[in-house]
Design a protein around this ligand. Structure first.
Ligand code: FAD
Length: 422
């Protein structure tokens, strides 16, 4: 157990993605109390949405499940889901934070039996699958969700049907009359781990995302490949359900571009290489084309790049495409541009085009830190210099292994910060 002057202090971790989860369990496992605040109904962050991890191409659910067990088995960790920090007052070692607890409309008595979901007649676009399919208005976020108890959409909770579900639940877990509450907590240090969101591809107008049905994004493609995704994992395109056997990936879509995200997100090249393997393993006769400015696969990831490059059905074109058109009859997206190495112009049709969009820090938009003692860089990442600590993709774009290292490291910083009473 911790025995220094920070002992007894609570460390607040905001964001329950892989970096926040790691920070929480590492701090708790050396004896500190942790309050983990997550705005979604479930933990896991973006990693829970991935189909496979590069470079090993294993399922992210194993790693997440281990962390959920560590959380579940540690009485020092208190988890609040559907919660957000509204205000922070005080200084290191002595903060008072105000937290808004949004209603779940389903209590922890829920066993996840699904009776309510089956009785519910209302569906909504599934946010976990980026709206690519519909899901019941009362549900678990996804099959591996932790915590596993259901939640109800707030708009549905106000409906007459929601009231009827109260009697459907065999354990009396449903309460459509729940309302939001606020509470104040004393904490010794604060770790901001609110991660990232995919850059809004509609802003890259020449590429037609949102206008053309078969122009997608890398995060949507993660869900499309997933067994629990909108097509049950079969790679078919939205316009007509055709199998995706001729696909293009456009790298740096909105990244390294002063009109959009000026920085490199570090993982997008690897993510497209990984997604090329999804297509090639599902359809052995499929062809993949990757348009790139330059490829970034550092250190140990170079071996993965070499493996993908060895596949003769994957073509690499050094070029930043000028635009995407759409064939009005087939709905095939047509990638238009000029090959940087040969100078040859192209206008090539595909079944689908995936835009490799980058990672925008939530701290730049939806998850600003409600405190004075915080430092941002020019892109909105929370960086060294303030009292509020940051980790994972809140600090800089990272792959999962690096996010876990960052989460572990910040646990020590949080312990030190809690000891620095202002
Ligand atoms: C297309 C794509 C594929 C990728 N594939 C891989 C891969 O195969 N292998 C790999 O190593 N990396 C991969 N990555 C990178 C990986 O997604 C990140 O490393 C990882 O998500 C970082 O986790 P994080 O905890 O920092 O952030 P996040 O996963 O974004 O977690 C942040 C958490 O904070 C919560 N949150 C947000 N705002 C608030 C708020 N205001 N209050 C409370 N909580 C909040 C969020 O809901 C979320 O749970 C990929 C990235 C992309 C773009």
């Amino acid at each position: 157990m911790a025995d220094d002057q920070a002992a007894g202090q609570t460390i607040l971790v905001v964001g329950g993605g892989i970096s926040g989860l790691t920070a929480a369990v590492e701090a708790a496992e050396v004896g500190y109390k942790v309050l983990l605040v997550e705005k979604d109904p479930h933990l896991g962050g973006r990693v829970a949405q991935h189909y496979q991890y590069f470079p090993k191409l294993c399922s992210p659910s194993c790693g997440l499940e281990i962390n959920y067990q560590r959380v579940k088995n540690n009485p020092l960790i208190r988890v609040m889901t559907l919660a957000e920090v509204e205000d922070i007052q005080g200084t290191e070692g002595n903060y008072t934070v105000r937290i808004r607890q949004n209603p779940r409309f389903v209590t922890e008595k829920c066993t996840g039996c699904g009776d309510c979901s089956r009785a519910c007649t209302v569906t909504v676009p599934n946010p976990f699958n980026f709206g690519m399919n519909e899901i019941k208005a009362i549900r678990a976020s996804h099959a591996m969700a932790y915590p596993g108890h259901y939640f109800m959409d707030a708009a549905y909770a106000r409906s007459a049907e929601a009231q009827t579900l109260v009697s459907v639940c065999p354990v009396g877990a449903i309460d459509p009359n729940m309302s939001a509450t606020t509470l104040e907590e004393k904490v010794g240090s604060i770790v901001w781990a609110t991660g990232w969101q995919p850059y809004d591809a509609e802003k890259i107008q020449p590429y037609g995302f949102g206008r053309f049905a078969n122009v997608s994004t890398n995060m949507r493609f993660e869900r499309l490949a997933n067994t629990y995704g909108p097509t049950g994992g079969t790679l078919t395109r939205p316009s007509d359900g055709k199998e995706i056997k001729n696909i293009a990936f456009i790298q740096c879509a909105g990244s390294r571009d002063h009109n959009h995200l000026p920085f490199c997100s570090r993982v997008c090249c690897l993510a497209s290489m990984k997604q090329a393997t999804y297509v090639r393993s599902q359809f052995p006769d499929a062809k993949v084309t990757i348009y790139y400015i330059d490829l970034r696969a550092m250190d140990r990831y170079e071996g993965f790049q070499k493996k993908v490059e060895a596949d003769p059905s994957i073509t690499w074109i050094k070029s930043k495409p000028a635009r995407i058109d759409e064939d009005p009859v087939t709905k095939d997206p047509i990638v238009v541009g000029e090959n940087t190495l040969t100078g040859v112009r192209y206008a090539d049709p595909y079944d689908m085009v995936v835009l490799a969009t980058g990672m925008e820090p939530n701290s730049a938009t939806t998850a600003r830190v409600p405190a004075q003692a915080v430092a941002y860089d020019e892109y909105g990442f929370v960086v060294k210099g303030g009292q509020v600590l940051s980790t994972g993709c809140t600090a800089t774009p990272l792959d999962v292994a690096a996010a876990v290292q960052a989460g572990t490291a910040v646990a020590l910083k949080a312990i030190q910060s809690a000891a620095r009473r202002g």
